[in-house]
Design a protein around this ligand. Structure first.
Ligand code: NAD
Length: 272
């Protein structure tokens, strides 16, 4: 084995690709010679990122897709197969939390609206399962493929306040294990399904929880996270592509069904 993490010429499909994390992952993969397909509801933003990748010498295109609408995913899959003939990698990045589904000083658990809880469950869990059905079928037919889901620190031990998000991400980790086994037993031992669990990165999704609007400093929660992160800092989106490149490459050919924390040691530290 060369151990060069060679992904040149592979085709990777990313959902939520216009977002903070997946746009970085798309750019990281493109630099390794991967043809990247950026799927997102925010099609203009996804197009902009695809154009940036192309301008930098990479190969990319974008499609408007709603991960909660299987027909829209299938229609994108048809276009991808016409253009690139195959798909090798699926990264399920569409997901997130919303303030309405989070408890707070003025919002008790008892008053969290059902719609907000369903919104978070659907986007994260159903929005991961449906693309796996569509692209997983392509992998089953060709007997090879790599799926990477995005879980979270909230999946291992739930985080306070984010009740729906924690449960939905635990569902993603559980589904990742399930699908890894199912794909091997029913279709091929060369289909791998893994997840990354990013730790705390300061992004739009959690800014309101970690940064005090008035002072611009860390909230009490923000400080607690830093104290429980042995590396003593928040992560950066550009620290994710390396793990994705590893998981997608043939060098990780026996890595299957894992949930890989990228968290500066947060999950390893009891706080004592
Ligand atoms: P983001 O909000 O920047 O990006 C999410 C993207 O998903 C957006 O571009 C949005 O348009 C797209 N999207 C939303 N609904 C969609 C739908 N129905 N169909 C298609 N696309 C849709 O979020 P992010 O910070 O980049 O997070 C990406 C993933 O990583 C999420 O699953 C998130 O939960 C997870 N995560 C984030 C962090 C963090 O600190 N940011 C930590 C752990 C896990």
């Amino acid at each position: 084995m060369e151990y060069d993490f060679n992904l040149r010429g592979k085709v990777a499909v990313l959902t939520g690709a216009a977002g903070v994390l997946c746009s970085q992952i798309a750019m990281g993969l493109a630099k390794k010679g991967v043809k990247v397909v950026l799927l997102d509801l925010a099609d203009m933003k996804a197009k902009e990122i695809a154009e940036r990748i192309t301008a930098d010498g990479g190969e990319a295109f974008s499609e408007k897709v709603d991960v909660l609408d299987k027909k829209s995913i299938e229609s994108a899959a048809d276009k991808i197969l016409k253009k690139f003939e195959t798909v090798d990698i699926l990264i399920n990045g569409a997901g997130g939390n919303k303030e309405e589904a989070t408890t707070g000083r003025d919002k008790s658990f008892f008053d969290i609206p059902e719609e907000a809880i369903k919104w978070v469950f659907d986007l994260n869990l159903i929005g991961t399962i449906l693309p796996c059905q569509v692209f997983g079928k392509i992998f089953a037919e060709k007997g090879k493929g790599s799926i990477i889901n995005i879980s979270s620190m909230a999946a291992f031990i739930p985080l306070t306040r984010t009740l729906a998000y924690s449960a939905a991400k635990a569902g993603i980790s559980n589904f990742t294990n399930w699908l890894a086994v199912h794909m091997n037993q029913e279709y091929s031992p060369e289909i791998r399904v893994n997840a990354i669990a990013p730790g705390f990165l300061l992004t739009d999704q959690n800014y309101y929880l970690l940064i005090d609007k008035k002072t611009g400093g860390f909230t009490e929660r923000g400080k607690k996270i830093i104290d429980k992160t042995p590396m003593g800092r928040y992560g950066k989106p550009e620290e994710l592509p390396g793990a994705i490149i590893f998981l997608c490459s043939d060098e990780a050919s026996f890595v299957n069904g894992v949930i890989l924390p990228i968290d500066g040691g947060f999950a390893a530290y009891s706080g004592v």
